[in-house]
Ligand binder design. Structure first.
Ligand code: GRF
Length: 193
């Protein structure tokens, strides 16, 4: 079985979209794949309850309980590795990862970023797109490399920036596309590994 481990920090709507798509599209039969675990760095992450309801193993590895990034990443890696993952999927996981962690999962570590990379890496992407006068915004699924929000692009989805958009209205439009493009990109990868 190709195990997928999803890392979240918050609401987990991308994680939920992946779980729902996996079930609806029969990833188990089609790709021999399953979402094996959802791991959060915050016990308050809303997505944990959804994962539990779905019967998926959940775990919290609290970054505040670790003195260094390296110590946190080591604990996180141990939690991930207990599920022998084929893919590690970052879905709103708001921690910067150490190069050692990224190296450990090289080629099987994915992220979604809410901009059309290479534009607007980092935070506040929607406001920055509005401020720059962009007519298109969107989201990018990419392989994770040591440099934040870089790495080979696997898929993108674009949406229009509309007159009167705020960061919130644009974020909502982008997020609805994230829920489509991320599961699709993962399924595409699963069909090849
Ligand atoms: C998404 O916009 C994702 O692209 C970004 O953080 C947000 C997470 O949303 N990295 P959710 O937790 O998946 O609902």
């Amino acid at each position: 079985m190709k195990n997928i481990v999803i890392l979240i920090s918050g609401g987990g709507s991308n994680m939920a979209a992946i779980v729902r798509t996996a079930r609806q599209d029969g990833w188990r039969q089609r790709y021999g794949a399953q979402v094996a675990a959802v791991i959060s760095n915050k016990d308050s992450a809303g997505g944990l309850a959804f994962a539990r309801e779905q019967g998926i193993a959940t775990e919290v590895v609290d970054h505040k309980q670790h003195a260094t990034r390296e110590a946190f990443d080591a604990q996180l890696a141990a939690a991930i590795d207990s599920h022998q993952p084929a893919l590690v999927v970052l879905a709103g996981f708001m921690r910067i990862l150490t190069p050692g962690f990224v190296e450990r999962y090289a080629g099987r570590l994915l992220n979604i970023h809410p901009s059309l990379l290479p534009a607007f890496p980092g935070l506040h992407t929607h406001q920055r797109a509005i401020d720059a006068g962009c007519k298109l915004a969107g989201a990018t699924v990419h392989q994770v490399t040591a440099e934040l929000d870089h790495g080979p692009i696997l898929a993108q989805a674009a949406v229009p920036v509309l007159a009167g958009d705020t960061a919130d209205t644009l974020a909502a439009r982008v997020l609805s596309q994230e829920h489509l493009v991320y599961p699709r990109a993962i399924a595409d990868l699963l069909s090849k590994i």
